[in-house]
Design a protein around this ligand. Structure first.
Ligand SMILES: Nc1nc2c(c(=O)[nH]1)N[C@@H](CNc1ccc(C(=O)N[C@@H](CCC(=O)N[C@@H](CCC(=O)N[C@@H](CCC(=O)O)C(=O)O)C(=O)O)C(=O)O)cc1)CN2
Ligand code: MET
Ligand SMILES: [Zn+2]
Length: 766
C-alpha cells in the first residue's frame, strides 16, 4: 500500500519541554531517572501526534538529548579518548556536547558546526587515527520496542554511514575513507539488530549524496550499499536539502530497496528519477516542504504526483522533503497570529495532515479531500498579503552608486582614525552581554502585562547603564549596549519590520537545548520607525568612548527566518537591506560613529551545490552593501561572522567592504588568517581571541600568543582584539574575567610594540 511516512519529527516538544528538562538535569534539579522518564513521555507524544496526522511508518531514532549526530557517534562507540574514563551514558554524552568541568578536570567539548545549510548545529564526530567502532545501542533498541508496544509500525531513522563519515573529522592526518570498511561492519550489525526486532524498513539519511562529491566518495556510496544489501532489512536511502545532481545515475542504481528525494528544493529531478528508478523499488517523494512554514498548494501537488502514482503504484511513498526538525511543532498553539496569515501556514503537524490528504486524494480521488483542498485554496490567499508598491519602486530605482561607499577604504580609514582616536589593537566585544534570567523574566513580566512599557524600558536602561559601566571598568575601547532589549538578534528586527510576523511558540532547535523562533516573511518588507537608534543613543550618552550601533544584516535576517516560498530570496534580502540602510542613517543622526551589521549566517546560506553558489554570493554581497554603503565616510562599518568555515568565500567577504570584520577564529587557532593574508584582505580584522562557547576563562598569555600569531598574517595597524562571538550565553563572572585578560593582552602588546624600534615594528607588523 502507498505509504505516508515521516523522515523525522521535532524532538523538543510543543512547548520546549525537552529544553526545560535537560537544563533542569544540568542544574541538578532533577535526576537521571526523571529525565529519562520525561524523554520517554516526549517520544510517546511525538509518535501519537504523528499517528493522528496519518503517518503510517513511524520514525524512531530521531529523538536526541542533544543532537542526532552525537547519538550516532555514541551508538557506534566513537568516544574520543579524553572522555572514555567518564561514566558511560548521559555523563559522557553531555561531556562530549558541552565539555566537562569537575574536580579540577577540564575537558574541551567536541566541535559543533552547522548541519548543511540549516541553522541546526551538530556535534562533529571526532575520529582517532585508527578509530574502531563498537556498537552500544541498547537505548535505541529500547526506543524501537517502546514504539512497537504502542502499536506503531516502526522505521528506524539514522544517519547513513557515508554522510556520517563525510561530516566527521580525523585527528592527525589520514584519509577518512580508510575507516569505511570497519564502519560498515558496525552498520551491518546494527541493521541485524533491527531485523531481530521485526523491523522491515530502515531509513539511512544520506544528505551528503546531494553534494558535488569527489569520485572516491561517490564510489564509497557504491561500496557502502553493496555491503549493506545483505542485511535482512530493507533500506530507504534518504537524500534531501538538494537534488541528486550529478549523482543521480549512481543513486538510482544503488542496491537499496527505496530512495527518498527532495522535490521541493529540486523539483526538476522528479521526472528524471521517475524515468530511471526501477519500478520494483520504493520511490519516496519529499513533496511537502520541511524547511518552510507555508501551506502547500495541494491541487498543484496532486497533479504532479498523479503520473508518479500511475508509474509506481504502491511503491510511491509520500513524505516531507526532509526531517520536520526544522519547523515548529503545531500551528494551533498560535493564538495571536494575524487571522489572514494563519490559514497560509502549516507547522509540523499540519504538514503531516497535508501529506495524508495528498495520499487519500491520489488513492480515492479529489472528491474525498474536498475539505482539505478548500483549506489549501484559502491558504494560497495569504500569499497575496502585504504588497507594498512603495518598497518595490524604491528597489527598482536603486542605483549601482548606492551600493558603493562614497570613498574607498584607504581614504575612509584615515578620516575614521581622526574621528575615533583609537589605540593600536583596539579592544571591543561582539554585541551581546549575558542574557540573565533576570532579563528574561523581566520580558516575561512585560509580555504578561505585569509591568507596562515604561517600566520595561526603564529596567532595560538600567541594564544598559550597568553594561556600559562594566565595559568602562574593564577599559575596553569600543563599547556596546549589550542588546538586552532583544530576545534574539533576528526576531527583534522582525518584530518591528512590516512584512514579517513572529510567533509565540514557533520554537525550533538550534543546538542542544537552545532554540529559536524564526520569524516569517509574509510580504514586502518595510521599516516603520527607527528600530535601534534610541537604545544606541542612550548608551552613547553614558560614555565618551564610541558605542557601536548594532544591527543584524539582511542576509542573516532572511536566512534565519522563513522566507516566502514564491519570492526570490534576493528580493526580500534587498528590501530588508533598504530598511537597514535607513536605520544606519538614523544611527548616524543619533551621534553613533561605528555601526556593526552582523552577518553570521552569510556562509550558511551558500548553496550546497557549486552551480548555484556564484548567484547567491553575488546577491548576498549586494544586500550587505545596500544596507551599509550609505554610511558616511567618517562612520566606521563593522560586520561579524561566526560558526563556519570562511576560507572559500574570502573574496566575497572582501567585496562586502566593511571597514572592520570581527570573525570567529579561536578554534581554528588563527589559521583562518592565512587565507585572509593569501587573498590580501584589504580592510581591518578582529580575529576572535577566545571561544565564547566554553565557560573556561582564557589567560592574557593565551591571548597574547594568539595575537602574535595573528600579527604574522595581518599588519598590526589593521588588527582588532575581540572575543569570537557575542556573550549572551555566558554569565557575568566568566565575561569579566575573560575580558580583563583580553584587555590586558592588548595592553601588553601595545607596550612591547611601542618600545620596539621603528624598523623592527615594520617587521613585526608583517
Ligand atoms: N536566530 C538565531 N540563530 C542563531 C543564533 C542566534 O543568536 N539567533 N546564534 C547561533 C547559535 N544559536 C543560538 C540559538 C539560540 C540561542 C538562545 O540562547 N536561545 C534562547 C531563547 C532566546 C529567546 O528567545 N528568549 C526569549 C524567551 C525566553 C524564555 O524562555 N522565557 C521564559 C520565561 C523567562 C525565564 O524564566 O527564563 C519562557 O518563555 O518560558 C526572551 O529572552 O524573552 C534559549 O533557547 O533559551 C543561542 C544561540 C547561530 N544561530
Ligand atoms: C551569532 S552572531 C551574534 C552577534 C550579536 N551581535 C551578539 O553579540 O550576540
Ligand atoms: Zn557570532
Amino acid at each position: 500500500m502507498m505509504s505516508v511516512h515521516n523522515l523525522g519529527f521535532p524532538r523538543i516538544g510543543k512547548q520546549r519541554e525537552l529544553k526545560k528538562h535537560v537544563e533542569a538535569f544540568w542544574r541538578g534539579d532533577i535526576n537521571e531517572q526523571v529525565l529519562l522518564a520525561e524523554g520517554k513521555n516526549l517520544r510517546e507524544q511525538a509518535w501519537q501526534q504523528q499517528a493522528e496526522a496519518g503517518v503510517e511508518l513511524m520514525p524512531v531514532g530521531d529523538f536526541a538529548w542533544y543532537d542526532h549526530v552525537l547519538n550516532m557517534s555514541n551508538w557506534l562507540g566513537v568516544i574520543p579518548q579524553r572522555f572514555r574514563h567518564l561514566p558511560k551514558g548521559l555523563t559522557q554524552y553531555f561531556a562530549m556536547a558541552r565539555g566537562y568541568q569537575q574536580q579540577g578536570e577540564t575537558l574541551a567539548a567536541c566541535k559543533m558546526t552547522k548541519w548543511f545549510d540549516t541553522n541546526y548545529h551538530y556535534i562533529v564526530p571526532e575520529f582517532e587515527k585508527d578509530q574502531g567502532f563498537q556498537l552500544q545501542v541498547d537505548d535505541l533498541l529500547a526506543q524501537i520496542k517502546e514504539a512497537q508496544q504502542l502499536g506503531h509500525q516502526v522505521k528506524p531513522v539514522i544517519v547513513g554511514p557515508v554522510s556520517y563519515l563525510w561530516l566527521s573529522e580525523v585527528t592527525g592526518h589520514g584519509d577518512k575513507l580508510r575507516l569505511l570498511p570497519a564502519l560498515l561492519e558496525a552498520y551491518g550489525q546494527l541493521l541485524q539488530h533491527f531485523a531481530e526486532l521485526g523491523i522491515n524498513w530502515v531509513q539511512l539519511d544520506e544528505p551528503a549524496l546531494t553534494l558535488d562529491l569527489p569520485v572516491a566518495w561517490r564510489q564509497a556510496y557504491e561500496q557502502t550499499y553493496h555491503h549493506l544489501q545483505t542485511a535482512s532489512v530493507k533500506i530507504l536511502l534518504a537524500t534531501y536539502f538538494e537534488g541528486l545532481g550529478d549523482n543521480l545515475t549512481y543513486a538510482v542504481n544503488l542496491p537499496v530497496a527505496g530512495l527518498h528525494i527532495d522535490v521541493v528544493r529540486a523539483p526538476e529531478q522528479l521526472i528524471s528519477v521517475v524515468d530511471r528508478l526501477p519500478r520494483y523499488k520504493v520511490l519516496s517523494v519529499g513533496i511537502i516542504n520541511g524547511r518552510s512554514v507555508w501551506r502547500a498548494d495541494l491541487r498543484q501537488l496532486l497533479q504532479k504526483l498523479k503520473p508518479v502514482y500511475q508509474a509506481f503504484g504502491d511503491n510511491l511513498w509520500l513524505a516531507p522533503s526532509c526531517s520536520l526538525l526544522h519547523v515548529p511543532v503545531d500551528l494551533e498553539l498560535e493564538t495571536q497570529l494575524d487571522t489572514k496569515v494563519k490559514p497560509g501556514l502549516a507547522f509540523a503537524i499540519q504538514k503531516l495532515h497535508e501529506l495524508s490528504a495528498l495520499a487519500l486524494g491520489l488513492r480515492e480521488g479529489e472528491a474525498q479531500i474536498a475539505d482539505q483542498l478548500a483549506i489549501s485554496d484559502q491558504g494560497l490567499q495569504a500569499r497575496e498579503l502585504a504588497v507594498r508598491p512603495v518598497v518595490q519602486k524604491r528597489l527598482a530605482a536603486l542605483t549601482a552608486q548606492a551600493e558603493q561607499r562614497s570613498q574607498p577604504y584607504a581614504e575612509r580609514a584615515k578620516v575614521q582614525r581622526a574621528v575615533l582616536q583609537l589605540p593600536l589593537l583596539p579592544t571591543t566585544t561582539i554585541g551581546s552581554f549575558p542574557q540573565t534570567s533576570a532579563i528574561r523574566q523581566l520580558r516575561a513580566k512585560f509580555r504578561k502585562g505585569d509591568i507596562d512599557l515604561t517600566q520595561y524600558h526603564q529596567s532595560l536602561q538600567k541594564e544598559i547603564q550597568f553594561v556600559i559601566q562594566k565595559q568602562e571598568a574593564l577599559d575596553l575601547d569600543v563599547l556596546v549596549h549589550g542588546e538586552p532589549e532583544r530576545t534574539d538578534m533576528v526576531e527583534y528586527f522582525a518584530e518591528q519590520l512590516a512584512g514579517f510576523v513572529t510567533t509565540q511558540y514557533g520554537w525550533v532547535q538550534s543546538y542542544g537545548s537552545r532554540c529559536v523562533r524564526p520569524p516569517i516573511v509574509i510580504g514586502d518588507v518595510e521599516r516603520q520607525q527607527p528600530m535601534t537608534a534610541g537604545w544606541s543613543a542612550f548608551a552613547q550618552s553614558l560614555s565618551n568612548k564610541p558605542v557601536k550601533g548594532m544591527l543584524t544584516g539582511p542576509v542573516t535576517i532572511l536566512q534565519w527566518s522563513y522566507p516566502r516560498d514564491d519570492v526570490a530570496p534576493e528580493v526580500s534580502a534587498f528590501q530588508i537591506a533598504l530598511a537597514l540602510r535607513d536605520e544606519v542613517a538614523d544611527l548616524e543622526k543619533a551621534g553613533i560613529h561605528i555601526v556593526q551589521i552582523d552577518e553570521p549566517a552569510f556562509r550558511e546560506g551558500v548553496p550546497l551545490q557549486k552551480a548555484a553558489q556564484a548567484h547567491y554570493l553575488h546577491w548576498a554581497t549586494r544586500a550587505f552593501r545596500i544596507a551599509s554603503a550609505g554610511a558616511k565616510p567618517t562612520t566606521q562599518t563593522h560586520t561579524h561572522m561566526c560558526y563556519s568555515d570562511f576560507n572559500s568565500i574570502i573574496e566575497h567577504i572582501a567585496a562586502m567592504d566593511a571597514d572592520v570584520i570581527t570573525i570567529e577564529s579561536t578554534r581554528a587557532k588563527m589559521q583562518l588568517l592565512a587565507a585572509f593574508e593569501a587573498f590580501s584582505y584589504p580592510n581591518e580584522i578582529g580575529p576572535g581571541v577566545y571561544d565564547i562557547h566554553s565557560p573556561s576563562v582564557p589567560t592574557a598569555d593565551d591571548i597574547v600568543k594568539l595575537l602574535q600569531a595573528a600579527m604574522k598574517y595581518i599588519p598590526v595597524e589593521r588588527l582588532w582584539v575581540n572575543p569570537d562571538c557575542g556573550l549572551k550565553t555566558r554569565n557575568w563572572e566568566e565575561c569579566e574575567l575573560a575580558l580583563a585578560a583580553m584587555v590586558n593582552a592588548a595592553k601588553q602588546l601595545r607596550q612591547s610594540i611601542a618600545s620596539t624600534p621603528v624598523g623592527k615594528q615594520a617587521e613585526l607588523a608583517h
